[in-house]
Design a protein around this ligand. Structure first.
Ligand code: ATP
Ligand code: MG
Length: 289
């Protein structure tokens, strides 16, 4: 393993895997046949990908077995390993929250006092209780936390919730939020990387930034009557001045602009009213600003 390559630990199989590999691919890293082997070197970058259970990633990174890792912030904080966040990655967003049986009301956080809460995240829950000066008994369960209240093991649970379907199936409902999480890139606070690895990491971070920036933007193209050009340009929230190109039809011009993704649906109708036609919105893979 001591080939000087940067070692990146990622989740082998689970909710982080697909998005993680998608991001690495968008960064231009070619990784063959992942999912079969524990360690896969990239074909075109001095990086080895280690495929692990997400629970093990913080510790492996702390010890320097992997130089960096991609893991849920929830797992990073829960494991309390000496690692730090290098970059927030913006995917696999989820929240840890308190859920109570459907027939119970929890209108004030203080009502948690003296109750029993089942969770797979005892450390995060402990900090939350401390921050809010609350006192509750924590029961640590490693999986299927949702069934604890119906088994009479706990009054409520603290778990990751996204759609709430699992809660509903177990006759539970969402209550107070405890922790917001997203995927993060981590490095060890205990082991320092050598200069070569630092350089590889810096270069990777430039690529990740470009991918994250590109995700926030879209490439907009449309045809606009010449006499409406000024109006259309006024509507556009472009990052830079838009490109205006001549068309075979002399009355029309093509307008191209990079816009923040979330603004499209706000300006779409305005553009149409202003006379824009053939509106196309394209994804951007990489963007260096
Ligand atoms: P492993 O086998 O690697 O231990 P796991 O079962 O512990 O996997 P997953 O369920 O695959 O973990 O979740 C991995 C991470 O994905 C979680 O720690 C969390 O950060 C994030 N996550 C979990 N549930 C969701 C969700 N519903 N939506 C988005 N992200 C989620
Ligand atoms: Mg896990």
């Amino acid at each position: 393993m001591a080939n000087g390559n940067l070692k990146l630990a990622v989740q082998k199989k689970g909710r982080l895997s697909e998005k993680t590999m998608e991001m690495l691919k968008a960064c231009g890293l070619e990784v063959d046949n992942y999912g079969e082997r524990l360690l896969v070197p990239s074909r075109n970058y001095d990086i080895d990908i280690l495929f692990l259970r997400d629970d093990d990633i913080p510790e492996y990174v702390k010890d320097g077995v992997a130089d960096i890792g991609i893991v849920g912030e929830n797992v990073m904080v829960e494991k309390q390993a000496a690692v730090s966040i290098v970059k927030r990655l913006g995917f696999s967003k989820c929240r840890l929250l308190i859920a109570v049986p459907e027939n119970k009301e929890l209108s004030n956080l203080n009502e948690i006092n003296a109750k029993t809460i089942a969770t797979s995240y005892p450390n995060i829950l402990k900090s939350f209780l401390k921050e809010n000066s609350l006192n509750a008994k924590i029961i640590e369960i490693s999986g299927s936390v949702e069934i604890a209240p119906s088994l009479g093991v706990a009054d409520m649970i603290c778990d990751i919730v996204s759609t709430g379907n699992t809660l509903k199936m177990n006759k539970l409902k969402k209550s107070f939020p405890v922790f917001e999480s997203e995927a993060v890139l981590i490095q060890s606070s205990a082991v320092e990387m050598d200069a070569h690895k630092k350089e590889l990491l810096d270069n990777l971070l430039i690529r990740i930034d470009s991918v994250l920036t590109a995700k926030k933007s879209k490439y907009l193209m449309m045809n606009v009557p010449k006499n409406q050009l000024e109006k259309v340009i006024e509507i556009l929230p472009s990052i830079k001045s838009p490109t205006v190109l001549p068309l075979a039809d002399e009355n029309l011009v093509a307008v191209h602009a990079v816009i923040p993704s979330e603004t499209f649906w706000q300006i779409n109708n305005k553009l149409k009213y202003a006379g824009a036609s053939g509106i196309l919105l394209l994804q951007i893979d990489n963007m260096i600003v």
